[in-house]
Design a protein around this ligand. Sequence first.
Ligand SMILES: *Cc1c(COP(=O)(O)O)cnc(C)c1O
Length: 405
Amino acid sequence: MSSNGLNSSMPDEKGYFGEYGGSFIPPQLQVIMDEITDSYLKIKEDSNFLEELQDLYTHYVGRPSPIFFAKNLSKKYGANIYFKREDLNHTGAHKINHCLGEALLAKKMGKKKLIAETGAGQHGVALATAAALVGLECDIYMGEVDIAKEYPNVVRMHILGAKVIPATHGRKTLKEAVDAAFEGYLKDPVTQFYAIGSVVGPHPFPMMVRDFQSIVGKEARIQFQEMTGKLPDNIVACVGGGSNAMGIFSAFLNDDVNLYGVEPAGRNLEVMGEHAATMTKGKVGVMHGFKSYMLADEQGEPEEVYSVASGLDYPSVGPQHSYLKDIKRVNYVTINDEEAMETFFGLSKIEGIIPAIESAHAVAYAIKLAKEKPNSTILVNLSGRGDKDIDFAVANYGKRFGVEI
Ligand SMILES: *Cc1c(COP(=O)(O)O)cnc(C)c1O
């Protein structure tokens, strides 16, 4: 990681990617954000920090994650499809990459506690893991409804030593958890560190989380060339907030490689509230402290969003994605619930890999692309494994896709 470090020309020093990003927060918090930015800019040049992080990636996460040539899938659909196996990481997804980075930074800044909100509990578990490892306290805010629905992740967080704080107002899901976490943060932004879970939020988080995830793209670029002698023709990743996609895209932005970000079309792309396709259907505005495409009502308040993949149902998107959409460097496309679930079961049967439903969106699009571009190479970022999704998948879709127990 040290050779090309964690560097990139974007964003500018105020955190803008073109017109997107920035920092729209109360002045008392801006002071804290500026401190985090300063510490991060220093630490990302510090070879001790970079070595410590790389050592954890190697020995704790199990990096580099392999690239796997999906021979059976390729044969069936006519292109050469490869997976970057982030599903094989410790804790089962790419999120551990940025959680470790944030936890180490917080520790070096002398913070005592990591806090975050979580929806399905994936970010909460990854952060609780990182907190346990580096020796920080951890408070995870979670809606009461989600606590009941995602119980195994709640148990994991408790075992890992985190405190799970229920959000009990409103609909008692992710939005309320964000409110509660923000309130908790404002009570003491000095000793607490709010570890944002994707390439979203005010500057420096979109930059910092992307930099921590860029390990995925850096490894993939080398591995793919070693395997095939070339760069891939196409790269596909799912986009919730956009961290796994930015992680892999970041190493290929200056190459002649087609990039595809897959948004969730949910149950119905034409009905607000039934999807979370932010860039496909949204407009530009400010939400959660940054400017980007978003799904908002007339008053600019976040709309209800939905996807069968709870990791993808976010009403905004990382600002760099909005920029990459406008300059047409990345194609943003959609996959609906039905297509994702068909791929969830299909991939499991044909390759013996149960993908996270989020990742199944990316694979489903790769299959479409394979039919359009036969004989091309397609690298998919397989962002996570599907262990967390098996009960839900069988209960709700098993019958349709031939799995009855
Ligand atoms: C959280 C999650 C996502 C979505 O987050 P991004 O920031 O868009 O990457 C995708 N896949 C998995 C497995 C996840 O857990």
